[in-house]
Design a protein around this ligand. Structure first.
Ligand code: SF4
Length: 216
């Protein structure tokens, strides 16, 4: 499949919005505070944003709650002229385990992750439609570990199903990831060292063990 330049498409769209008096409504799925920091800084001047924190992949529940609190604190502290409302989705890990079935042993970045993207994006698209948002997207593409092309493919498919526009996005462009690290330091944000699910946590533990056993 031909590689799409999502950033170029977004640049064109933002240019159009700048010249208009209307601020479109964006349903922004948020995976965590650090990834949301840059996206909020970047897009809040163009859109009326509703943040949707829906991440049934995260384990354990305490981690889900910790990331939720960090997002709420960040939004409270950032000097955004149009403060986004935050909607916290239900914590329903059974939905994640259902889609991960049979793919538990795959490393990060493969089919299990694609299904995990879809689970969260689909819920965001449905909510965007219900709330009459003009666009939906996710902060996920800011991470160098996330596949922006795959996220874009899934979002376009959902756009057709739910009749709500997917905002073209690849937030790691324009130094987005670097800026999210700066903002995380500025707001003293908790930066998790595993993606979120129990499998990524096990992968992190294994890598740590290997690193420690090769030391000294
Ligand atoms: S590694 Fe991350 S993206 Fe992949 S399934 Fe786990 S939580 Fe989802």
């Amino acid at each position: 499949m031909e590689k799409i330049n999502h950033q170029k498409k977004l640049d064109g769209l933002l240019e159009k919005i700048k010249g208009s008096s209307v601020r479109p409504k964006l349903l922004l799925h948020s995976c965590c505070a650090p990834c949301s920091s840059y996206v909020l800084e970047y897009l809040s001047g163009y859109f009326h944003i509703i943040l949707f924190y829906y991440n049934p992949n995260i384990s354990p529940k305490e981690e889900f709650e910790k990331r939720t609190r960090e997002l709420q604190r960040l939004v409270g502290e950032m000097p955004l002229e149009d403060k986004p409302e935050i909607i916290v989705g239900e914590y329903e890990p059974e939905r994640f385990y259902e889609i991960a079935k049979g793919l538990e042993d795959l490393p990060e970045g493969r089919e299990r992750c694609f299904r995990c993207y879809r689970l969260r994006l689909e819920k965001a698209a449905v909510l965007a439609k219900q709330l009459g948002a003009d666009y939906f997207t996710t902060t996920l593409s800011i991470s160098p570990y996330k596949n922006a092309q795959k996220l874009g493919e899934i979002a376009s498919e959902l756009e057709g199903i739910y009749d709500v526009k997917a905002l073209p996005s690849d937030f790691k462009k324009k130094e987005g990831y670097k800026r999210s690290i700066e903002l995380s330091a500025q707001y003293d944000l908790y930066r998790q060292d595993y993606c979120g699910c129990v499998y990524s946590k096990a992968e992190r533990d294994r890598k740590n063990r290997e690193k420690n056993s090769s030391c000294g």
